[in-house]
Design a protein around this ligand. Structure first.
Ligand code: ATP
Length: 376
């Protein structure tokens, strides 16, 4: 799977946290597993989430993202492991007793209740005093900019407005952690992009920890302070978007976050945290081994983003320019190499070599990553 990258991270830094870090909302998973019959849906997930961050669980359908969320909300019990919120084990606590709330992709709004009474629902169940409920509902409607629409029913709203009602309802009880399962999945593309920005801004204002499930890498990159990539029930890699993009731990992560060239070969001497050689059909290449790609002599992969490949210099790997596609902000070149493979390079718009011309492709070794050759 691959996805277009909404921005090109140039440095590996975490976005600035909200001004005053909240004291609550630290979520911790300790070796959490969930088995449904023979199927291990979540497999030994350990994770520590700082209070007040947006954490995105990213992965393909069926990899266990929702199950992890549902266990946190209390709709499922882990088969093994513990989930702690601010140091307290959540085991045995009924969903409505947990200081967490969940927003579903379907929104699950009550069709016969007005917007205001949808938002009030959890507060009424908690039997808060009426003036307190009214004040909180007004505060929430203001927060999601739906104040004038409090008396409408859900069927009198647009998709984006319904999404905001669901968000307001989920936040009304002031949870320490908000769990959002594909929160923007029902919106069309342009509204989705606009809403990503609103959601991010809202979270920054509130400082509530958000755990967002998505299968859209671009969405995770926009929303998250940190991303956890899941595959087949396991957490494959956790880090800020830039780190996953620049230093993928596996071929799967490399391909998930953007276009990548992969060149296979045999690993040279070395280990994690150093430059290391790879003997490839294109010759001896050097790249950075961030995570420990394997023993010397083992099969390895060199992962290289197209924008890290320079085309048109005097040095580098020889090839032939097959085509050049103008994409507005860049030109994407396809270059045929001596062994028949095609590498993709991206460069700034402007005059370049003509199609059919001999070219050379060069890269800085630090800009390429070495990976183990196994799948996933
Ligand atoms: P999606 O993006 O499609 O929602 P997901 O990554 O959230 O996928 P989960 O819903 O967590 O995946 O499901 C993980 C695996 O566990 C799937 O194979 C699913 O069929 C299985 N599963 C989930 N809930 C149950 C259940 N109640 N009983 C049996 N199997 C289940």
């Amino acid at each position: 799977m691959s996805a277009s990258c909404p921005r090109r991270p140039d440095d590996v830094t975490t976005p600035a946290p909200s001004a005053t870090p909240p004291a609550t909302g630290r979520l911790r998973f300790e070796a959490v597993s969930k088995r449904f019959g023979d199927h291990l849906a979540v497999d030994g997930v350990s994770l520590d989430l700082e209070p007040g961050i947006v954490f995105c669980l990213l992965g393909p359908s069926g990899c266990g993202k929702s199950t992890l969320l549902r266990m946190t909300a209390g709709f499922e019990d882990p088969s093994a492991g513990r989930i702690l919120l601010d140091g307290q084990d959540l085991a045995g606590a009924a969903p409505h007793r947990r200081p967490v709330n969940m927003m579903f992709q379907s929104y699950a709004l009550f069709p016969h209740r007005t917007v205001a009474r949808n938002v009030a629902y959890g507060l009424e169940r908690e039997r808060l005093a009426k003036p307190e409920i009214a004040a909180r509902v007004a505060e929430m409607l203001r927060l999601v900019q739906l104040e004038p629409l409090g008396t409408r029913r859900p069927d009198q709203l647009s998709g984006g407005q319904r999404q905001r009602v669901a968000l307001a309802r989920a936040l009304a009880k002031r949870p320490r952690v908000l769990l959002l399962d594909e929160p923007l999945g029902a919106l069309d593309r342009s509204l989705r992009e606009e809403t990503q920005g609103e959601l991010r801004a809202l979270q920054r204002r509130l400082g509530t920890t958000f755990v967002v499930v998505t299968h859209d890498p671009a969405e995770a990159m926009v929303l998250a302070d940190r991303i956890g990539v899941m595959a087949a029930g396991r957490l494959v890699q956790v880090g800020p978007a830039a780190e996953l993009y620049e230093r993928p731990a596996t071929r799967y992560v490399a391909g998930l976050l953007g276009d990548v060239n992969l060149i296979e070969g045999r690993l040279g001497e070395g280990g994690a945290g150093r430059l290391r050689g790879l003997d490839t059909p294109l010759g001896a290449l050097t790249a950075f081994d961030h995570h420990g790609a394997g023993a010397a002599g083992a099969p390895g992969l060199l992962a290289l983003r197209p924008e890290r490949l320079r085309l048109g210099g005097e040095e580098g790997l020889p090839g032939t320019l097959l085509d050049a596609t103008y994409l507005g902000d860049k030109i994407l070149y396809r270059v045929g190499m001596a062994d028949g493979r095609v590498l993709r390079a991206a460069g700034p718009p402007g005059a370049g070599p003509g199609v059919g011309a001999p070219v050379r492709l060069a890269f800085a070794p630090e800009a390429a990553s070495l990976l183990a050759a196994e799948p996933a």
